[in-house]
Design a protein around this ligand. Sequence first.
Ligand code: GKR
Ligand code: MG
Length: 437
Amino acid sequence: MRISEFRIHPVAIADGPLRSSYGRHAPYALRSVVELKTDDGLTGISETYGGDGPAAALEAARSYVMGSDPYQLTSLWMSLAQRAEQDRKGGDRSQTYLVPGENPLDVHARTFAAIEVACLDIIGKAMGRPICDIVGGAARREPPFSAYLFYKHGGGGGLGADVREDEYGECLDAQSMVRQAKQMIAKYGFKEIKLKGGVLDPAEEIDTIRALREEFGAAFPLRIDPNCAWSVETSVEIGRALKDELSDGGYLEDPTASLDGMAEVRRRLLAEGNDTPLASNVATTAFEHLAPARRMDAVQIVLSDPHYWGGIRNQQHLSKFCEALGLGLSMHSNNHLGVSMMIMAHASAACPHLTYACDTHYPWQTDVDEVVLGGRVPIVDGCVRIGNKPGLGVELDYDQLARGEERYAKLPYRKRDDEAEMRKHVDPNWKRVLPRW
Ligand code: GKR
Ligand code: MG
């Protein structure tokens, strides 16, 4: 079996004005849908980051992919990693200053992941088995996800005649965040809650976490993620203030920048008898970060992501590393469609060691943009069920895909720029400053 066609479909999907320390989301998020076809008539699909950069990186891998055997993933990895090694000029592989999907030092892992998943989809179809069975079987067939709450302005995303309904309304304080959480939990049944912080004054974010705890009780573990917006001092103060709320299965995610900063927050909290674990998808983004993170005790929970850790099998390796190093494992997310939802579900299903419900932005997208045939992937009781369908278990709806491509073609931007959105709508002088507080 050989790969005879490689298609990259750039799509735009409506997204509300969500806030984070990066700024404000644009009216459309960008994704790439990948299709591989084989000479014996199978099609494998995948989804990854969007815009010009990721599409160009995929395009640059074309010569390695075309004519190759989809089972030979190791040699594909070696080719892409070797090329990356040649390009590598040192530098920061963290996500402190770049949004996920944009660090040039990750490009081989992201590109490989997109192709690996499409190949696994092909292999699954050839074998008549779901991907998680192809990679060794599921540790769980219904991996859990968390309610991912965002402060946001009013608006549901989209532009002009394509403007979308605002399902959750404006949320810029504790009470509206409780409303958002209730709404999302009623709809999807999530059992863990993540708040994207780093947006309002820390005192207001503390109030929000407390209001969530008051509403949902200790049965719903809480986590807050300001994407490095806080200094070490502020992180310690917030860790202290939220000691009770973030215990019982919660965590403090990327309060401050760098492994050094995280390690200092950890040392100071521990010295006060506070062992709230620190999680990271910013300081730990690659295997080479694990040993220093452990040695320094800077990160206790790694937030994986098959999209940039190098795919589903690397996610399994990561699970093993984390288990051996005594680290917890959960999953990071960015805006995505149903193909990625299934990638994340198979990846988390196939990890023996996974200690928290995974993140997903899926509630922030709607069926209007969904490219999966038959509509959105269901989330029931907070979980995505892996059925018996072969491969990823989803197929593309080509009409919907074409609509996504049309939306993309009309857009003036080709890259996520949350700072530009802040300057346009909130403050003409806004800049991402770390730490802000
Ligand atoms: O969607 O604004 C966002 C998030 O801030 C996202 O970009 C982060 O990568 O969800 C992510 C995180 O956990 O850091
Ligand atoms: Mg994070």
